[in-house]
Design a protein around this ligand. Sequence first.
Ligand SMILES: *Cc1c(COP(=O)(O)O)cnc(C)c1O
Length: 306
Amino acid sequence: MQKGFFLKSYNQKIAIQNPDYSLYIKREDLLHPYVSGNKFRKLHYNLQKAKADDQTTLLTFGGAFSNHILAVAAAGKENGMKTIGVIRGEELRSKILENPTLKMAQEFGMVFEFVSREVYRSKQETDFIQTLQQRYGKFYLLPEGGTNALAVQGCEEILVEADADFDFVCCAVGTGGTISGIINSSKVGQQVLGFPALKGDFLTEDIRKFVTQSNWQLMTDYHFGGYAKVNEPLIEFINDFYQKFQLPLDPVYTGKMAFGVLDLIEKKKFPKGSKILMIHTGGLQGVSGMNALLKQKNQIEIQFYD
Ligand SMILES: *Cc1c(COP(=O)(O)O)cnc(C)c1O
């Protein structure tokens, strides 16, 4: 994203008790005030391509609290492009103002097309895309979650030369675009560990399509029941992590990843002396939406204050 590139990512040390390991977190969440760290990377070259193709409208897909939807809305606003969000769930049409993600996306000028879950499943099909073209005219299509070859290219810029001395690089996985970029720019001898935020065996294949190296592995025990599912131990972990390190994590992706990394450290799964880097991919805009759901269910909420 050309404009708004005013903040910089840096590696922050996390003072864990265990002297056998050193743990750092790359603050990609600080890249942009609204555009979740990795979504910013994923959009960068896509926006360049859209402009080169003289496109003036971006169209994409997402769920109710999607970081990608908000990222596209903000990117469109900053780059003077129209944005259309095809949103899963017709019931959301009347709830835009109650949904912090959709409300803000609308403030950035995004136009919504609410569709049933059934229609949403057919979003890749030509018929559906043609219907959208008839309604909205020509557009640059970004897939759900924003993952394509240009997105992977953008994520190859997450790791920099100075990160070469980390033994392990850990990140959350949704569609696999982010980890693919990280794998491609990792060095010989580095291991990349992905923590899927959802259940699904398709991810390994999806990632293989994009990567040029085999120094990676998915840790599949930390999805907490599935995409956007949380439980009390996870929320307590996020609150405790904030208390200890003044570092906010999101409940959908980075919270699960950090939970997994600290669990693996505790279980001594990393060799002694390992230098570990976690990637904070952002996602903090989703916290208030999640808290509203937790409140409805009378469950403990995420608290970023002392
Ligand atoms: C989308 C997202 C991810 C997952 O990225 P993929 O490229 O889809 O694997 C991880 N963390 C955050 C905060 C995200 O918003």
